[in-house]
Design a protein around this ligand. Structure first.
Ligand SMILES: [Zn+2]
Length: 511
């Protein structure tokens, strides 16, 4: 949840379960449905062959514009004009030598700690700041951008969208739909937060599409003067992340870009061929120093402007509150709503702003819950850690799900009223009732001092001294924020290889 004035981001969690996907499917907008119905045969810009795609170029452009608006408002863009200008300059050079130079290419840095890059049809390319922290030179950046540009030029995403739209049509017609997910006046509900923009990110390309995008990335890189080894180097780093991280939880590049390790070997042949055709190898750019200077100082991990998860607590220094979700639940900090979910279960807790504090809490509760189709079973004014609250129990019958229970508190804090509560089917609710009660009663205001102490961690540049190890740097320079292995991978090293004196490396430091 962002500061109110700002549109913002988060890390989607647990988005891949069956039910969750059904809900996503139910939100696919009419434009996409129409696009799916209007099938057409088009010429693939990369292969030149005719193929069945379900979208014309103008539909592709329109879908791209719509998805872009949703991605920006839901995920939030990272506020750094100089960095964006840099990424855009590299991206535009690659796009200019691509198979579709005339698309209105747009590049954006998403304000998310997740390591990811993705493209949507029409020429919209996104990198997360989480990914930028793991790249090590401009050639790798060109490799990632070229890869994503390749997905667009080869119309992979158009084809994947068409498949997804086709597969989900039956569900759309079936209207599987949980009412609390409906957008409400002005404030999108969970439905929008979980909506099209994010759903699209989880379109998984096939292995062949990935290999083709890797090859196209290397081609575009070398054609615009970068060393095509950047593609393999970037894939190597992603492979190391895959080897060392727990894959549960947040969808990221690994979810949408399978098996980076295999692809390193796959793209190596292409790189060799490209290099053999390059007259002056020494002219190819890598530019490590230039790249590191650009990412020096970028936020690493959670951004406090949107609320951070520290330990078991969700803290929002800008809005000055903190609360604890039930232990072990996955927290997705969305732009308009924070959702916690019991892993593998359809039991959720939601936090969002319900209105201005000038209104009566009971009236706000009535309006919000009735608007979402719920009926109050019981409710009363209350107090939570010194804050005025109205806590109610609500129910509604949802077709296909049965009776749903909502236990929701409306809490006045600062100039806002927060809606904070749990949603589950009746049986599931009983299992989490105690946790939910504790969670609701953990809501508290943050003091200014406490809020001021929550600062983002940032990427910094360090020159390796004699005797330095990743372990030593992680502790001495990085205050133990990231472990030694992460530091090695962030710097393009295998975890068991130490840096040499004089190397210039990235570290993560407290803000
Ligand atoms: Zn890809």
């Amino acid at each position: 949840m962002p500061h109110r004035q700002r549109s913002t981001p988060h890390v989607p969690a647990g988005r891949r379960s069956g039910n969750r996907r059904r809900w996503l499917a139910a939100r696919l907008p009419a434009a996409l449905l129409l696009a799916a119905l209007a099938s057409a045969c088009a010429t693939n810009p990369v292969t030149g062959s005719r193929e069945l795609v379900f979208m014309s170029e103008s539909q592709e452009a329109e879908l791209g514009r719509e998805a872009d608006a949703q991605i920006r408002s839901e995920m939030g863009v990272y506020d750094d004009a100089a960095l964006l200008e840099y990424i855009t300059a590299v991206g535009n050079s690659l796009a200019a030598v691509s198979h579709r130079p005339d698309l209105p290419w747009q590049f954006a840095v998403i304000d998310s700690p997740v390591v990811n890059a993705f493209a949507v049809p029409g020429g919209y390319i996104y990198l997360t700041r989480g990914l930028l922290a793991y790249l090590n030179d401009e050639a790798e950046l060109a490799g990632v951008l070229g890869h994503e540009i390749g997905h667009v030029t080869a119309r992979h995403s158009v084809q994947a969208y068409s498949r997804a739209a086709g597969a989900q049509m039956g569900l759309l017609l079936g209207q599987i739909f949980v009412p609390v997910m409906r957008p409400r006046y002005g404030t999108p509900g969970l439905g929008d937060a979980a909506g099209q923009g994010l759903g699209l990110l989880f379109l998984k390309f096939g292995r062949d599409d990935e290999r083709q995008a890797d090859r196209l990335g290397a081609e575009y890189a070398v054609a615009s003067g970068w060393d095509p080894h950047g593609v393999g180097d970037m894939l190597t780093t992603l492979g190391r992340i895959a080897d060392t991280t727990d894959r549960r939880g947040t969808p990221n590049w690994l979810a949408t870009h399978p098996e980076p390790g295999d692809r390193v070997a796959g793209v190596a042949n292409t790189v060799q061929t490209l290099l053999a055709e390059t007259p002056d190898l020494s002219a190819l750019r890598v530019d490590r120093a230039g790249y590191l200077a650009r990412v020096d100082g970028i936020v690493y991990g959670d951004n406090p402007e949107q609320g951070v998860v520290r330990g078991g607590e969700f803290l929002h220094p800008a809005l000055r509150f903190a609360l604890e979700f039930p232990a072990g639940w996955e927290v997705h900090n969305g732009a308009e709503v924070v959702v916690a979910r019991e892993p593998g279960q359809d039991r959720y807790m939601l936090l969002q702003i319900a209105g201005e504090s000038t209104y009566d809490l009971q009236r706000i509760a009535e309006r919000e819950m009735n608007g979402a189709g719920f009926r109050e079973v019981q409710g009363a004014p209350s107090e939570i850690n010194g804050l005025d609250a109205y806590i109610g129990m609500y129910t509604q019958d949802v077709s296909g799900v049965g009776p749903m229970i909502a236990r929701v508190a409306f809490i006045r804090s600062g100039s806002s009223v927060y809606l904070f509560g749990a949603f589950a089917d009746a049986e599931g609710y009983r299992l989490v009732e105690r946790d939910v009660h504790e969670s609701i009663h953990s809501f508290r205001q943050l003091s200014r001092d406490e809020a001021d102490r929550i600062r983002p961690n940032r990427v910094a540049i360090h020159r390796v001294e004699r005797g330095d190890t990743w372990q030593g740097i992680a502790q001495r320079i990085g205050a133990g924020i990231v472990p030694a292995a992460t530091l090695a991978i962030m710097n393009g090293f295998p975890v068991n290889e130490q840096p040499l004196p004089g190397d210039v490396v990235k570290v993560v430091q407290p803000g």
